[in-house]
Ligand binder design. Structure first.
Ligand SMILES: Nc1ncnc2c1ncn2[C@@H]1O[C@H](COP(=O)(O)OP(=O)(O)OP(=O)(O)O)[C@@H](O)[C@H]1O
Length: 243
């Protein structure tokens, strides 16, 4: 069994060229081990979104390598990359991104249907129970609270048994109590289901739900905090500058 879910090797991303060039990621090397929950934090403009786009294959680095397991994403043509994103990566966004005309169950199983696969009934019911959506499968997103909608999005991210779940500010639209429940859910899918989760956030409380926090500053890795607390994360962020 591979122990590394995702690795970045000397990843650089430069937007534009000449005097207007912006280096959004500068020589970022890191590994994300399987079964870990990692948060990525950094001041505004430090490269968090660029990092997530490169790590997920949504964008290609200017140089360096991104590997999902043993697969070098840079070696893949667009169609193969799309399949990797669909089949091997789960995504959770701040804005849920559910389809309003589909039921909860149809939203959750959409990635499988797009891949021409059927849901494994036992796995689906395990995922639905884990995210606390039992009895709500025939509802539509508009009938659910924000926290429940994010649970649907998390179930959708898990349904294809991805190698890594990438979350972009997953609690950014939620009140603090609901956010805490969603963070506990993300932590539990790691601790109890062995998932791997990588989450970008601005929020020290959200980051402290992870096993470790990676800090970005000016596109470079600027340290790691193991067993974070909100206070330690906030302190580190304050030392990195404006946030
Ligand atoms: N498409 C683009 N074209 C040009 N520059 C870009 C582009 N996307 C990002 N940048 C620049 O790259 C740097 C990193 O941006 P990025 O969005 O990754 O940071 P971030 O940490 O996610 O910021 P925020 O927390 O404000 O969302 C910034 O200087 C930004 O202006």
């Amino acid at each position: 069994m591979r122990t590394v879910a995702l690795s970045l090797r000397a990843v650089r991303k430069v937007y534009g060229s000449g005097s207007g060039a912006v280096t959004a990621l500068d020589d970022v090397t890191l590994t994300v081990r399987r079964g870990t929950f990692t948060a990525v934090m950094g001041p505004s403009g430090s490269g968090k979104s660029t990092f997530l786009h490169c790590a997920s294959g949504m964008d290609r680095p200017t140089s360096g390598q991104v590997l999902l397991g043993d697969t070098d994403l840079g070696s893949l043509k667009e169609a193969a990359l799309t399949e990797v994103r669909r089949d091997r990566i789960g995504f959770v966004f701040q804005a849920y991104n559910l389809l309003p005309s589909l039921t909860v169950e149809q939203n959750i199983t959409l990635p499988l249907r797009l891949a021409g696969r059927r849901a494994d009934a036992a796995w689906l019911s395990q995922v639905v129970a884990r995210v606390g959506l039992d009895g709500r499968l025939s509802r539509h997103p508009s009938e659910l609270s924000g926290g429940q909608q994010q649970r649907v999005a998390i179930a959708r991210a898990l349904v294809a048994r991805p190698e890594v779940v990438l979350a972009d500010e997953p609690t950014g639209a939620l009140d603090s109590r609901t956010a805490q429940q969603v963070l506990e859910l993300l932590r539990s899918i790691v601790d109890e289901m062995g998932q791997t989760v990588l989450m970008v956030t601005h929020d020290p409380v959200a980051a402290s739900a992870a096993h470790s926090v990676l800090f970005l500053a000016d596109g470079r890795l600027a340290g790691e905090l193991i067993s974070p607390t909100p206070e330690k994360v906030a302190d580190r962020m304050t030392r990195l500058g404006e946030w």
